[in-house]
Ligand binder design. Sequence first.
Ligand code: NAP
Length: 262
Amino acid sequence: MAVLQTKGVHPSLAVIIVGDDPASRIYVNNKKKACEYIGIRSEEYALPGNTTQEELLTLIETLNESNIDGILCQLPLPSHLDEKAVINAIRPDKDVDAFHPVNVGKIMIGDYDFLPCTPAGVMELIKESGISIVGKECVVIGRSNIVGKPMSMLLLHAHGTVTICHSKTRDLAETVRQADIVVAAVGVPELITGDMIKEGAVVIDVGMNRLPNGKLVGDVAFDAAIEKASAITPVPGGVGPMTIAMLMKNTVKASLLHQELK
Ligand code: NAP
């Protein structure tokens, strides 16, 4: 960061949080801490739970026109707010979550500025572990716009043979058993059991599920899966920190893009 700053690049991130959801508060605090740690200027906009759609869109419009590099609106939003309209309101060149349809389309054709943070973090983990994706059977469980779908696209770009599973998949266990690389992004505690994991498979657990006793667990039954897997990510401490690291990367990228435009 020091090198960038000597070149006049001072990345900045606006983080919007609406309401008092405890999980969202933890995520926002972690993002702010990461900014502080690497030297990104962060501005928090903590809005009350009864904020109107118009008030939120007005704030985004102001930030779009300001000199801030990145804008992030922590999801989920309270139910009276229209998430889609909020995502669409953020200027694509400031959309460090990469949720705007323009950025989603760019990812689809493989010509992008930003990648969504969680799938990008998973790709980085795989790459840094020296694991090749080329020709591998990749099974992604989950098809959300923020994790499952972009994850599948990135694995496809990396030349994996990708299967996407969801709640209507006929035989989840048998499909997962074929996988060389499993990415679970479901939100169901320990849905993926040890018997579904092929010997030597790479297992990436995106899930973050809070049990009634307060314990945080993933979508994979870790203790059983580790017996079979050649590599596996824990929850917590696996994909979560990578997601934040990729947010920092996107914010620096946004700043560099804005620098070029000056
Ligand atoms: P989501 O929007 O609720 O999507 C869940 C997906 O899982 C859906 O596609 C759903 O299928 C599928 N699914 C649900 N039950 C299933 C079942 N029994 N068998 C097969 N598929 C099933 O969730 P998300 O936002 O993608 O998040 C997924 C998980 O990742 C959550 O635990 C979330 O907390 C976690 N997460 C972690 C990070 C991180 O930084 N580590 C970031 C984002 C999310 P349908 O489409 O058919 O409904």
